[in-house]
Design a protein around this ligand. Structure first.
Ligand code: MN
Length: 507
């Protein structure tokens, strides 16, 4: 397998090498165990297809025995003609294995407790010897049912390593095809993880996999060190979803392995961002803005000094290009907005300013920022237009809005918008009054343009129920993202105002 070529400007800590590395994605199993996440069969199929085109080797699609929905999802995914191996989670129980086989899974990730704390609290009267016996029986049965068996030791990082090895020896004798060392509660350190992987890889002929959790923020580091130690397979989830603090994040592990360690995976990195956004949308677990690789701010620049350097040479403040992971760079104007970013907006709008006007524009932006206000694109446009004395005709105007909400009724909104002088009426329902109002606008606007709401942020300026509410939203159309604000004492009106302001910038 050819090595990944690292651009000369990137720091490479270790020499490039080829490793036969498999990626098991467990977004649909461990990821779905994220508190509050529940996916329908259709949603699971959508994510599975995305993971397949992303290029993951194994998709752990759920736990066939867990529910009718999970069983159905695994069956549909297994029969969707994907390239990836489709895997079901299973305990060391015949009913679990039967469910996985009946759901047409290619493989099972079969897990046995290995630490004494897990053995005692899960099986009560059972001993280590019982766990070995049950595991052997279950593996033999799964092989009889024609499944690939990936046998995992749960909570292995808190178990007696000698017992884990004994368990693994019996597992291999019983026919296990791969072995997984699970850091179930995320207590491994990278050094220990590497040492354990080295020890296991030298002792066992079957591939060793590592399953890491992020309780101490070390999941990515541990997973990379597992590969250094000889792991041939790693478990990850998109956006690092998973129980508690989550699992190792696919995007972080893959990009770090390839860019910093020169270890190639089969992941199509250009599809990382779209996959991440799909998972965010369907799981409703919002990606923190400062999350590596996929966070909204990962390739966003605000400071004036930075932006002018970035515009000259993007490598100044970016370790990788956003395009590598299927993204685009965003320049946001803040209190540090410098001449370069203001000029970029002026150019886009087709305006020209005299040196005095430019000085005045920059001074006003700074003043706003110094007062602690977030400076949005809309603010900068307003400032530019005020200083240049340009009156902008608004294309979209709010003519009427009616929202009904309360107990035992679905929040419903109807709206009248004037677009280019013509009136349009729209209606929408939602989870709440703001959602309903925004959906009503979207219904009208969808005929004109494909607008996506990227983020929605509310601040109450002062305390109290009569406070002024400041809504800041980001809207996206194609590659273009704009930020707009609405400030009112009425949260629905503030939201609608911000949305319409954003539309005026985009349409
Ligand atoms: Mn786990």
């Amino acid at each position: 397998m050819p090595c990944y070529r690292i651009p000369k400007t990137f720091l490479t800590i270790y020499p490039m090498r080829s490793v036969e590395l498999k990626i098991l994605d467990t977004t649909l199993r461990d990821g779905e165990q994220t508190p509050g996440v529940s996916l329908t069969v259709e949603q699971k199929l959508l994510i599975a297809r995305a993971l397949d085109s992303l290029g993951v080797d194994i998709i752990e699609a759920g736990t066939a025995i867990a529910s009718e929905g999970d069983f159905k999802a695994i069956k549909e995914i297994a029969n969707a003609g994907l390239n990836a191996e489709i895997c079901s989670f299973a305990r060391i129980k015949e009913i679990d294995i039967d469910a996985a086989a009946d759901a047409d899974a290619d493989s099972v990730f079969m897990v046995a407790p290995s630490s004494d704390i897990h053995i005692k609290s899960k099986f009560r009267d059972k001993t280590r010897e019982d766990v070995i016996e049950m595991s052997v029986k279950a593996i033999e049965y799964a092989k009889e049912r024609g499944l690939i068996v990936e046998f995992g030791a749960e909570d292995a990082s808190r178990a007696d390593l000698e017992f884990v090895k004994e368990l693994f020896r019996h597992a291999v004798d019983a026919g296990a095809d791969r072995l997984t060392f699970a850091d179930t509660v995320g207590v491994l350190t990278p050094e220990r993880c590497e040492a354990i992987m080295r020890e296991l890889s030298s002792e066992f002929k079957v591939p060793i996999a590592f399953h890491g959790h992020d309780d101490f923020g070390l999941a990515t580091a541990n997973t990379i060190y597992a590969v250094k130690g000889g792991a041939k397979e790693i478990h990850v989830t998109v956006n690092g979803l998973g129980e508690r603090a989550g699992n190792a994040a696919l995007e972080e592990v893959v990009v770090a392995l390839e860019v910093l360690y020169g270890i190639k995976t089969r992941i199509n990195k250009k599809r990382i961002y779209d996959t991440s956004k799909l998972v965010e949308k369907l799981t409703r677990v919002v990606i923190p803005p400062n999350k590596p690789i996929v966070g909204e701010n990962a390739f966003t620049h605000e400071s004036g000094i930075h932006t002018s350097a970035i515009l000259r040479n993007s490598a100044t403040y970016e370790p990788i290009s956003p395009e590598m992971v299927g993204r685009k760079r965003t320049i946001v104007l803040g209190k540090h907005a410098g001449r370069a970013s203001v000029e970029a907006i002026m150019k886009e709008l087709g305006y020209k300013a005299t040196p005095e006007q430019m000085k005045e524009i920059l001074a006003r932006i700074k003043e706003m920022g110094d007062k602690g206000k977030r400076v949005t694109d809309a603010d900068v446009r307003t400032i530019i237009e005020t200083v240049l004395q340009i009156k902008r005709e608004k294309k979209v105007k709010l003519k009427g809005l009616n929202v009904v909400c309360g107990k035992d009724i679905i929040p419903t909104a109807s709206i009248i918008l004037e677009i280019d002088g013509k009136e349009f009426v729209g209606a929408g329902v939602g989870l709440g009054p703001v959602d309903a109002a925004i959906n009503a606008i979207k219904e009208v606007v969808s005929e004109f343009a494909d607008i996506e709401l990227v983020s929605y942020h509310v601040d109450a300026i002062t305390g109290g129920t009569d406070a002024l509410v400041d809504v800041i939203i980001q809207l996206k159309r194609g590659d273009k993202i704009v930020t707009a604000r609405g400030a009112r004492t009425d949260i629905i009106m503030a939201s609608v105002e911000a949305f319409i302001e954003g539309l005026n910038m985009l349409i």
